[in-house]
Design a protein around this ligand. Structure first.
Ligand code: APR
Ligand code: PHB
Length: 393
C-alpha cells in the first residue's frame, strides 16, 4: 500500500501536557503542526496523574485562552501541611514565597487543551500505530499508521513529547546522550475516591511507617497516597488496608477527618529521578517526561513539562518569525537549568519525607534533625516554599 505523504512545520509526538501545550503555543502563532499520539484521547484522559499547578503554569493556560475552567474550578492553595511523626504543622506558601499553587488535575488540563485543539481545527492523530522517526539529523520524517493506512509526515522539526517510554529519546544514538538516574526502593500507591479532603490544604506526612499524602481534586474528591514496598501489587492493597495504613501515618486531626470510601481508581507509581542530556539532537527536541522524570513528592513533573513547552515554543517561534536559531541552539541548556533545580528539590523532598528501608540509624537521625530544623526555621521553610511554588529566573 503506498504511503500517504504529508508535510508540516513541527511534528509533535505525544498528546500529554508537554505536547498539547506546545501545540497550543505554536497554533496561536499560526505555525503549522501536527500532534501524533499513539493512544486514543479517551485513554489519555483516563490516566490519573498529578494535580498541583505552579502560578506560571496557570498563567500559561490563561495566556493560551484555555484557562477559563481552571479559573472557575481550580482550588487556590496558599499553604500546605507537614505532618511529622504525628504532629501537623502549617507551611504558609503565600506568606513565605508571595505566591500560591492551584489544585487542578492534569486530566482536566489535558481535557481543556484537547477541546481547544478541536475547536481550533489543529490537526491531531490519535491511535497512531507504530510511530517511528527518521532523518532526525537534517530532514525529519515521521512514519505511523492512521486507521490502518501508512502515513509519512515530513517536518522541519520534531518535538519529542512522548513521555519516558516514548520513541523520541530512544531514536537518539545512545552515544549522543548522557543520562543520569536514581531509583528509589519503594513506590506510591494512589487512590482516587469520592470523599472530602481531610484538610483544606494538602497534608504531606512523614512517619516511621512511611510517607503518606492526602491531596484532592475537588471539595468532594480526594487523591491519597501511601509509600509502599517495592514489589507490592494492587492485590496486596484492598481498600480497607489502604485507608487503615493511611490513617496510621497521619496526625490525629487528619486521621480523625478521614472518611474511607471505595476507590474509583487505584494505581502504583515507581519513584525515579532521571535526566537525559542534551535535550536536542539534530532536528529533534525533547520536552517533558521524554527528557526527565522527577519523583512526585515535589509536584514538579507537570510544571516542568509546561516550562519546557513554553521555552521550546519560544525558540520555534523565533526560528519562523525572526529566522534566528539562537533560541533553538540554547534551548537544551536553558531548559536543563530549571530541570536540575526541580530534580534537586524533588529528590530533597523525597529523601526528607520517606522511610528508606536500608537506611541506617544514623541517616534516620539526620532526617529527623533536618525536619526539626525545617519546622523551627523560617529561612528553611522559605526555601521549601519558593521551590514548591516554582523558582523564577
Ligand atoms: N508515539 C506517540 N505517542 C506516544 C508514544 C509514541 N511512541 N509513546 C508515548 N506516547 C504518548 C503517551 O501516550 C502520552 O499521551 O505521549 C504522551 C506523553 O504524555 P505524558 O506521559 O503525560 O508526558 P508529558 O506530556 O511530558 O507530561 C509530563 O505527565 O507523567 C506525568 O508526572 C508527569 O505530570 C507530568 C507529566
Ligand atoms: C496529586 O494530587 O496527585 C499530587 C499532589 C501533590 C504531589 C503529588 C501528587 O506532590
Amino acid at each position: 500500500m503506498p504511503s500517504h505523504a504529508r508535510t508540516t512545520q513541527v511534528a509533535i509526538i505525544g498528546a500529554g501536557p508537554a505536547g498539547l501545550l506546545l501545540g497550543a503555543l505554536l497554533g496561536r502563532e499560526g505555525i503549522h503542526h501536527v500532534v501524533v499520539e499513539k493512544h486514543s484521547a479517551a485513554h489519555v484522559l483516563a490516566r490519573v496523574r498529578a494535580g498541583i499547578l505552579e502560578p506560571a503554569t496557570v498563567a500559561l493556560m490563561r495566556e493560551l485562552g484555555a484557562g477559563e475552567r481552571l479559573a472557575r474550578e481550580g482550588l487556590p492553595h496558599e499553604g500546605l501541611f507537614l505532618s511529622v511523626a504525628g504532629q501537623r504543622h502549617h507551611i504558609d506558601l503565600q506568606a513565605l514565597a508571595g505566591r500560591h499553587v492551584t489544585v487542578y488535575g492534569q486530566t482536566e488540563l489535558t481535557r481543556d487543551l484537547m477541546a481547544q485543539r478541536e475547536a481550533a481545527g489543529w490537526p491531531t492523530v490519535y491511535e497512531a500505530g507504530d510511530v517511528s522517526l527518521a532523518g532526525l539529523a537534517d530532514k525529519p520524517c515521521i512514519r505511523f499508521g492512521e486507521a490502518g493506512r501508512p502515513v509519512e509526515l515530513q517536518a522541519d522539526w520534531v518535538a519529542g513529547c512522548d513521555g519516558f517510554h516514548g520513541v523520541s529519546r530512544a531514536s537518539i544514538p545512545p552515544e549522543k546522550l548522557q543520562t543520569f538516574e536514581r531509583s528509589y526502593p519503594f513506590g506510591w500507591l494512589g487512590v482516587l475516591a469520592d470523599t472530602p479532603p481531610v484538610a483544606a490544604e494538602l497534608v504531606y506526612a512523614q512517619h516511621d511507617r512511611g510517607f503518606a499524602l492526602c491531596s484532592m481534586r475537588s471539595p468532594t474528591r480526594s487523591r491519597c497516597y501511601v509509600q509502599i514496598a517495592q514489589g507490592d501489587s494492587i492485590e496486596d492493597w484492598p481498600d480497607n488496608r489502604f485507608w487503615d495504613e493511611l490513617a496510621s501515618r497521619l496526625d490525629p486531626a487528619s486521621a480523625a477527618a478521614l472518611r474511607p470510601a471505595p476507590a474509583l481508581e487505584k494505581s502504583i507509581a515507581p519513584l525515579r529521578s532521571f535526566v537525559a542530556e542534551p535535550m536536542r539532537w539534530g532536528r529533534l527536541l525533547l520536552a517533558g517526561d521524554a527528557a526527565h522524570i522527577v519523583p512526585p513528592t515535589g509536584a514538579k513533573g507537570l510544571n516542568l513539562a509546561a516550562s519546557d513547552a513554553r521555552q521550546l515554543a519560544g525558540a520555534l517561534i523565533e526560528h519562523y518569525r525572526e529566522r534566528s536559531d539562537a533560541g533553538l541552539d540554547s534551548y537544551s541548556e536553558r531548559a536543563l537549568r530549571g530541570v536540575w533545580r526541580a530534580e534537586r528539590f524533588s529528590w530533597w523532598m523525597t529523601r526528607l519525607l520517606h522511610r528508606f528501608p536500608e537506611e541506617l540509624a544514623f541517616e534516620q537521625r539526620l532526617q529527623r534533625a533536618e525536619l526539626d530544623q525545617l519546622l523551627a526555621s523560617r529561612a528553611a521553610q522559605t526555601l521549601l516554599a519558593e521551590n514548591y511554588v516554582g523558582l523564577r529566573g
